[in-house]
Design a protein around this ligand. Structure first.
Ligand SMILES: Cc1ncc(COP(=O)(O)O)c(C=O)c1O
Length: 401
């Protein structure tokens, strides 16, 4: 049997990178460093291990898919504080736990995309370059994907698309801060995209996974932009988050990528439908994980420390790379997106000559109708390691390329 549903989905970037590097033996493996995976290596918050251990007897229970009361309290509290909302503006009906945000970003398509929109195959809009599960969400739901280059201060401007396209659109993604670019969406841009989603009745996703890692001003959350529209009289008070869903997780914020703990939040109609569907197929977040996650959302001290460390690492990156490869200090996230001319060639050279793994930018983008892959000249590398490992690696990158 030949499986064809996902035939247009290329292999995920990491196996692609491994295949590219197959057979290349680095000259020096002593200081080998993987700078391709966005897996923060800073310490995990000290209380997490304790809570997991103390709550271990609840592993025998199936967890509630909508989250425990404690988890709901912590997440709604965090959302209110982070988005400058009024207390009570988000409640249990606005949130759902996820086993990390990736599975939610992938499966949202199958919940919010109908088989047809106005009698046609539905469309999904996404940025280019982009976090690859967005493409999975579209194919999973039988929709076609349209990639829009980051043409509006590093964000995709969906408002410039023809009305026929917007008419068919069922879902659109915004990544803020963007991955790999590290750009931040302005509040005006977010409000414009929210109004567009409501005008054409599509679901707008805010992937805010990197929202807590920023250099200067905190990124504006999409729920905050919704509240602004409500105050300006441009939204219904019965559902100020209509058509809007944000995704976030503890993976980057709290160095807990392996805990697999995230959430989706926003429009209660989308949350209710997701919960109904997830009862059939989702794993749920184990109770000890929910307890540890609640404590992590309640605590900002470790997040503040984290940010300070990333700033020091951006300083280091600037020292070695400023003025080369179109280096730009990212406003958010921890990725560097460097223009090296030929990303795949640079990836091979860095592995062979310096023992450093980075991702070719082409694997994070799609080739357009003219055969151009906007990511091809770039590499993406992540500043997730401790300074002691990072500094020599940055020096080697600067010397190798
Ligand atoms: C932009 C973006 N969104 C979402 C995720 C998903 O992270 P997680 O599933 O760990 O929450 C990642 C992970 O790298 C990411 O880069």
């Amino acid at each position: 049997m030949k499986f064809t549903r996902y035939k247009n989905l290329p292999p995920y970037p990491f196996p692609r990178m491994r295949r590219l590097l197959e057979g290349i033996i680095p000259q020096d493996m002593t200081a080998a460093l993987n700078m391709s995976v966005g897996e923060p290596q800073h310490d995990i918050p000290p209380f997490v291990g304790d809570i997991l251990h103390r709550q271990r007897s609840s592993y025998h229970k199936y967890p509630p898919l909508q989250g425990t009361e404690n988890w709901q309290r912590a997440v709604t509290g965090w959302l209110v504080r982070r988005n400058n909302l009024l207390p009570g503006m988000v409640g249990p009906d606005n949130i759902l736990p996820l086993s990390g945000s990736r599975e939610g970003l992938f499966s949202i398509g199958s919940v919010v995309i109908n088989r047809e929109k106005h009698g046609q195959i539905p469309l999904v809009l996404g940025p280019n370059p982009f976090y690859q599960p967005y493409a999975g969400a579209a194919i999973n739901a039988g929709a076609d994907m349209i990639y829009v280059a980051d043409n509006c201060d590093g964000m995709p401007d969906y408002s410039t698309l023809p009305a026929e396209i917007l008419h068919r659109t069922a879902l659109a993604f915004i990544c803020n801060p963007s991955n790999p670019g590290g750009h931040l969406a302005s509040k005006a841009y977010l409000k414009q995209m929210i109004l567009l989603a409501r005008q054409y009745d599509f679901t707008l996703v805010g992937d805010e996974c990197y929202s807590e890692i920023y250099d200067g001003m905190p990124p504006v959350g999409m729920l905050e932009a919704c509240y602004d529209l409500l105050r300006e009289g441009q939204a219904d008070s019965d559902n100020p988050f209509r058509n809007i869903i944000v995704f976030n997780s503890l993976s980057k914020r709290s160095n807990l990528a392996g805990l697999r703990s995230g959430f989706m939040a926003g429009d209660p109609d989308i949350i209710a439908e997701s919960l109904r569907v997830r009862a059939y197929g989702s794993a749920g977040l184990p109770l000890p994980v929910q307890a540890a996650s609640a404590a992590a959302w309640d605590d900002e001290d470790h997040v503040t420390l984290n940010r300070a460390r990333y700033r020091q690492k951006f300083d280091l990156a600037e020292t070695y790379l400023a003025g080369r490869f179109s280096f730009r200090r990212p406003a958010g996230g921890f990725c560097l997106w460097l223009d090296v001319g030929d990303g795949e060639a640079a990836c091979r050279a860095l592995w062979q000559q310096a023992g450093i793994r980075v991702l070719p930018g082409a694997y994070l983008a799609r080739t357009d109708g003219h055969g151009v892959n906007i990511g091809a000249p770039y590499i993406r590398l992540v500043l997730v390691h401790d300074e002691a490992l990072l500094e020599p690696a940055l020096e080697k990158i600067a010397n190798t390329l």
